[in-house]
Design a protein around this ligand. Structure first.
Ligand SMILES: NC(=O)c1ccc[n+]([C@@H]2O[C@H](COP(=O)([O-])OP(=O)(O)OC[C@H]3O[C@@H](n4cnc5c(N)ncnc54)[C@H](OP(=O)(O)O)[C@@H]3O)[C@@H](O)[C@H]2O)c1
Length: 322
């Protein structure tokens, strides 16, 4: 069995490579790494060993029984169907297939069971969606949710390695980009282009993907912002339940929720880079509405919000007998 990471030189791809080695424990001889022509000739650390990067032309990534995709949506739209066609199983991180009927959109803690036997293409949700549904799904199952309002504070790594390098250049005073739209010293009040109703792309993804995964039919009111932080997405979440659940009801469910690290007394940790859990903190009962509870949710967007989700799915597929 051979496993490959496509887009292995990117932020998500590099984390996938680390996790495949650490968690799946594949020898280097069974591991493949793919990137664009820009990476031709490079090698990649695979634990103590080095693996060569294969440059793939958009049409064909070649070998690999299981491929983890960490390229943008446009590139994925070309190589993923070709890989599936030749018999590979693909777990793709891009937005390209997330809303396609027949492609399961999976967060392992929530809906692994939606992957049918023999499935060859599985989509990973957006980073802001993953950390949200890990928390909202068990709450929706326990109590029923009328609506959720979600304001995000998303780090620059969510926009990929080039954006992160640009943030560092701006911080060091080395950037020659026009200051308008800078990450540094700014909170940008939209992520991606705006639609006719002035919702940005990230907000539309968050609302639609949450609905597709939880399937609870409740509306999500999203507001997404980019903050000048390297790694980690923070979400302020206000949930109106169908009944007066209270802080204790929420804590009771989240204490036992898969993948959740709950801070009962205070805020979530300040530094979450390199962590694998979704952290929930400052759960508080609204003083003005008995059915409303507020909380902070935070996670490492590159690890839990992308690479780890895909590797968890891979682990579950490898453990299956179909
Ligand atoms: N960053 C996050 O927090 C996050 C979270 C959830 C989902 N995602 C999604 O995950 C995907 C990867 O994100 P990222 O942040 O890791 O991006 P990134 O750092 O920009 O990496 C992109 C990767 O794609 C490769 N690539 C680009 N153009 C290519 C081409 N024409 N042919 C082959 N390979 C090509 C790059 O290879 P070269 O280095 O050779 O150019 C690189 O390995 C995106 O779809 C993104 O939306 C990201």
């Amino acid at each position: 069995m051979r496993v490959g990471v496509v887009g292995a030189t990117g932020l998500v791809g590099m984390e996938m490579v680390r996790l495949v080695r650490e968690r799946i424990g594949l020898p280097a001889s069974s591991f493949l790494a793919f990137a664009s022509d820009a990476s031709r000739g490079r090698t990649l650390d695979y634990g103590p060993e080095q693996v060569s990067l294969s440059v793939f032309d958009a049409g064909d990534v070649g070998g690999g029984d299981y491929l983890l995709g960490a390229t943008g949506a446009e590139v994925a739209g070309v190589w993923v169907p070709a890989a599936v066609e030749r018999g590979a199983v693909v777990i793709d991180n891009s937005s390209r297939f997330r809303m396609d009927e027949g492609v399961p959109l999976v967060v392992p803690e929530v809906n692994l069971a939606t992957i049918p036997a023999g499935c060859r293409l599985i989509a990973n949700p957006n980073c802001s969606t993953i950390q949200l549904v890990v928390v909202l799904a068990p709450l929706a199952k326990a109590f029923g949710i009328e609506w959720a309002a979600v304001s995000t504070y998303q780090s620059v790594s969510g926009a990929g390695s080039r954006a992160l390098v640009e943030l560092e250049r701006q911080e060091a005073g080395l950037s020659d980009a026009p200051e308008e739209g800078w990450f540094h010293r700014n909170v940008l009040t939209s992520i991606g282009g705006l639609d006719g109703d002035l919702y940005c792309e990230e907000e539309v993804k968050l609302a639609r993907e949450t609905g597709r995964i939880i399937g609870a039919g409740f509306p999500v009111f999203p507001a997404c912002a980019r903050v000048p932080v390297a790694v980690g997405h923070l979400e302020s979440v206000t949930v109106r339940f169908d009944e007066p659940v209270g802080r204790e009801g929420v804590l009771g469910v989240l204490r036992n929720a898969d993948g959740v690290s709950l801070s009962e007394d205070g805020a979530a940790p300040r530094s979450i880079q390199g962590t694998s859990e979704v952290f929930v903190g400052r759960v508080r009962q609204s003083p003005v509405d008995s059915r409303t509870v507020q909380m902070w949710i935070t996670a490492d967007n590159v690890r839990k919000g992308a690479a780890l989700n895909a590797v968890q799915i891979l682990e579950s597929l490898l453990g299956r007998s179909d």
